[in-house]
Design a protein around this ligand. Structure first.
Ligand code: SF4
Ligand code: SF4
Length: 363
């Protein structure tokens, strides 16, 4: 099915009138981020992004498209796995009794518009981690149950994208409620779930034409032409056999251990838990915050920092993401979004780091 570009505002109006909070892409501080929207005027129309290792910038173009860019620093992760949230608080009464009270997660029916194929793939991985293990995370679950996704297929890749080689893009496979493909005149639309179908109520939908489907195929072919790709060797097994390789030290001479890569990565889920006591000495709140395996404190256990060197921490990140993740979740933890490459202040490129082990093997 197809709808004209001017119907996009109608879609927003319908969602808002149904009580949904609409989250969409918009330009802020020189990047495309996701936040509440009520008007298509807020969308980054006629804007594309330039990305390369350690670089991100936005440019105006002559296109009238709303989604003519690849991605920004955020994915869906912050909407579901909050960067900081209170889990519970404890109080001591005047009689000395201590009580605990769980903090209920704040939720509101929400629709995210404009998520990319890599974002949807990453959300499915986080679903596995937070919802499909022995212990279900109630905070993630509450938000996930109230989130619907209107994804938009990518029209062109950033220099740092490699989702085609991980099998996660550039077009959405499954996991979204509605998938849009932006054409010159409007949007091809595909409702993938009953909830997605409900979101489209009130739109004037037309049958898609042969020419529109051909335009969509050509967009897909263009977005699949990605400069970067994962190396073709058996990464999962190879990394475990290269634990003492000097390459880890060479990469570590550049790495700042800043953790930017893990913050922007849509699948990373490491966190720390901290208690924040009140000044009255009688109450305390317990918080969960995003943490990074690049921080020294993250591997501190019983008086010892297990991974004191940057080389050990980079090795931990890469071997988890591309090797042991397979054992935990049946696939790698990388969806090829390229964010860790773009947002690394020194431009360390994960595809190059992996390729390094292939080259070494051939030496
Ligand atoms: S490892 Fe890098 S490219 Fe892969 S999902 Fe994370 S941020 Fe994206
Ligand atoms: S790889 Fe880059 S982003 Fe990640 S910790 Fe090292 S310097 Fe920071």
């Amino acid at each position: 099915m197809f709808f004209q570009a001017n119907q996009l505002q109608q879609l927003l109006n319908t969602l808002l009138s149904k009580g949904y909070r609409c989250i969409g892409p918009q330009v802020r501080d020189g990047a495309i981020i996701y936040d509440s929207i009520s008007s298509t005027e807020q969308l980054p129309r006629g804007i594309n992004d330039e990305q390369k290792p350690g670089h991100y910038s936005l440019n105006n173009n002559t296109s009238s498209k709303y989604f003519d860019w690849a991605n920004g620093p955020q994915a869906i992760k912050p909407l579901l796995f909050a960067s900081r949230e209170r889990l519970w608080e404890s109080k001591q009464s005047d009689e000395g009794q201590i009580s605990f009270e769980l903090t209920e997660p704040e939720t509101k029916p929400t629709v995210i518009i404009g998520a990319r194929a890599c974002d949807i793939a990453a959300m499915k991985i986080q679903d596995q981690h937070f919802l499909e293990q022995e212990f279900v995370d109630p905070y993630y679950k509450a938000r996930r149950e109230t989130l619907l996704t209107v994804a938009v297929n990518c029209s062109h890749p950033a220099d740092t994208c490699f989702c085609h080689s991980t099998g996660d893009g550039p077009f959405v496979d499954d996991g979204a409620d509605v998938v849009l493909t932006e054409l010159d005149s409007g949007f091809l639309v595909d409702a993938r779930t009953p909830q997605g179908k409900n979101l489209l109520e009130g739109l004037s939908l037309e049958d898609s034409t042969k020419e529109q489907l051909e335009e969509s195929e050509s967009i897909k072919a263009n977005a699949s032409k990605q400069k970067r790709q994962l190396p073709r060797f058996d990464i999962k097994s190879r990394l475990f056999n290269e634990l003492n390789n000097d390459a880890w030290h060479e990469i570590a001479t550049k790495c700042l251990s800043c953790g930017n890569c893990t913050s922007v990565c849509p699948t990373c889920f490491c966190h720390s838990e901290n208690d924040v006591p009140e000044l009255d000495g009688k109450s305390s709140a317990h918080y969960r915050e995003w943490d990074s395996c690049f921080g020294q404190g993250h591997s501190y256990i019983h008086g010892i920092t297990i991974r004191s060197e940057t080389s050990q921490r980079y090795r931990q990140w890469l071997t988890h993401k591309f090797s042991s993740w397979h054992e935990q979740y049946g696939r790698s933890g990388c969806v090829g979004c390229g964010r860790c490459i773009t947002w690394c202040p020194v431009g360390i490129d994960v595809t190059e780091s992996l390729g390094h082990f292939e080259e070494r093997r051939r030496d």
